[in-house]
Design a protein around this ligand. Structure first.
Ligand SMILES: Cc1cc2nc3c(=O)[nH]c(=O)nc-3n(C[C@H](O)[C@H](O)[C@H](O)COP(=O)(O)OP(=O)(O)OC[C@H]3O[C@@H](n4cnc5c(N)ncnc54)[C@H](O)[C@@H]3O)c2cc1C
Length: 425
């Protein structure tokens, strides 16, 4: 029993923990309450699985705003290069897309899941699906095994909690691990949605005026109630019937949540439609165009710069008459329109729920976990890895990378611990 390592959860962190523990010589049991392993992994990256990001540890940490520095040691030992090499060693080539994002060349998340599950099987890990863990058992001042919902108890020398966060619960991530952490004396920081669409009560959003309109390479700035910039991100976004979505909006979302939770609201998002041009430059370009074609209607000229669906809103809010001929438009009006384009304000009432978020923010406090081994500093024999920890990254392969890195650290360390237990060390 003492040589046994139990891994609870068959997501990327649990699969990697099981592989590392088995490679370290442990007798591993991998338990998952679902009917198959890697369900969230299987739908990740739009079904293509953005498995990692081709950056070194220091760079990866910059894209993990939720306690990324805690991962320094784990990522230095098992980061994106190790992940790429591991998949290559299994005969799975990865390809790089924009911003360093790595995907399997098959463009199928299933390839990633099947490869990891195949390796777990090859190493002789006992896989038990449909096995919901009720609680972690403790005895003689250490983790001693688990009790399943069925009442069955399994003893072990080490238990690795890899149960994920609370987002997209139909994949099995229902937040079960947090209570077990607390029962071992850990603190769990407040949970909140991250990488989630932003909601807005703006009337033109609620009226679906721009629903479905996507913008490329815009700059989004989150503003607090005093109009102070909290964070800015550039990228693509889309207007929805409830607010803003798309990569840049997802990145901004956790800062909207924090601003509101800290009582610094009401929050807003300012969209800069032309991040590389100044207000004066835009106004000058429009004034010049108006001089060249003075009989044009304002709406016709503006359509050359803005998406057609956006023109009525832009002219309304910048107080320009759509049918007016451009010869009659004063420079001040072009300046007002330029100011609008540089800072299209959208009130931000919040975000969609934690269940609808891509990632859960908050979790098992990293202050109470050893960053080299992912071992609990409160309870010998207990380990945490993946999204159950208070660690989160932006979309772009950073979360799966964090799951692999922490899973690898936990599995290797747990194997070492049970080896020394078995030897009576
Ligand atoms: C739609 C979507 C797309 C994503 N795309 C990407 C992407 O492309 N790249 C990226 O880096 N990140 C992506 N993410 C985030 C990434 O998938 C997660 O951060 C990652 O899966 C977390 O891994 P994990 O092992 O910690 O937990 P999970 O993958 O959540 O796995 C937890 C496992 O624990 C099991 N479990 C839970 N409770 C129990 C219990 N009581 N008993 C037994 N088993 C239990 C669950 O059944 C589940 O299988 C995406 C997330 C979503 C929702």
């Amino acid at each position: 029993m003492r040589k046994k390592v139990i891994v609870i959860g068959g997501g990327p962190s649990g699969l990697m923990a099981a592989i590392a523990a088995a490679e370290g010589g442990a007798d591993v049991v991998l338990l998952d309450k679902g009917d198959k392993l890697g369900r969230k992994l299987g739908i990740s990256g739009g079904g293509r699985c953005n498995v990692t990001n081709n950056k070194d540890a220091a760079e990866l940490i910059r894209f993990l705003p939720g306690n990324g520095r805690f991962l320094h040691s784990a990522l230095s030992r098992f980061g994106s290069q190790e992940i790429i090499r591991l998949f290559e060693s299994f005969g799975i080539a990865l390809k790089e897309e924009d911003h360093g994002r790595m995907f399997p060349v098959t463009d199928k998340a299933k390839t990633v899941v099947d490869t990891l599950v195949g390796r777990v099987r090859e190493l002789g890990v006992t896989i038990r699906v449909h096995q919901a863990v009720e609680r972690v058992l403790f005895g003689e001042g250490r983790a001693a095994g688990v009790e399943l919902k069925s009442g069955e108890r399994i003893e072990a020398g080490a238990v690795i909690v890899a149960t994920g966060g609370k987002s997209v619960p139909h994949t099995g991530s229902t937040g079960d691990g947090y209570a077990w952490a607390e029962s071992a004396g850990h603190s769990v920081t407040e949970l909140y949605p991250t990488e989630v669409p932003i909601t807005s009560d703006e009337p033109w959003i609620r009226d679906r005026e721009l629903q479905g309109l996507s913008l490329r390479d815009v700059r989004l700035t989150v503003l607090d109630g005093r109009g102070k910039a909290v964070i800015a991100h550039e990228g693509d976004m889309i207007f929805t019937h409830f607010g803003l979505s798309g990569p840049a909006a997802l990145r901004c979302s956790q800062f909207v949540v924090r601003t509101l939770r800290q009582g610094k609201g009401p929050a807003a998002v300012a969209i800069d439609l032309f991040p590389s041009d100044g207000e004066d430059e835009l106004a000058a370009a429009w004034t010049k165009a108006a001089r060249e074609e003075p009989r044009k209607a304002v709406k016709t000229l503006v359509r050359q710069w803005l998406p057609e669906r956006m023109v009525p809103l832009a002219l309304r809010q910048a107080a320009l008459e759509p049918e007016a001929v451009v010869a009659n438009v004063p420079k001040s009006a072009w300046l007002a329109l330029a100011a609008w384009c540089k800072s299209l304000r959208v009130s931000a009432s919040g975000t969609l729920s934690i269940e609808e978020a891509f990632i859960t923010g908050g979790g098992v406090s990293v202050k109470e976990v050893d960053p080299r081994t992912m071992a609990s500093k409160r309870m010998p024999g207990l380990y945490f890895c993946g999204e159950v920890l208070d660690v989160h990254g932006y979309t772009g392969g950073y979360n799966i990378t964090a799951a692999f890195a922490t899973g690898h650290a936990a599995g290797s360390a747990a194997a070492e611990e049970v080896r020394s237990l078995a030897e009576g060390g």
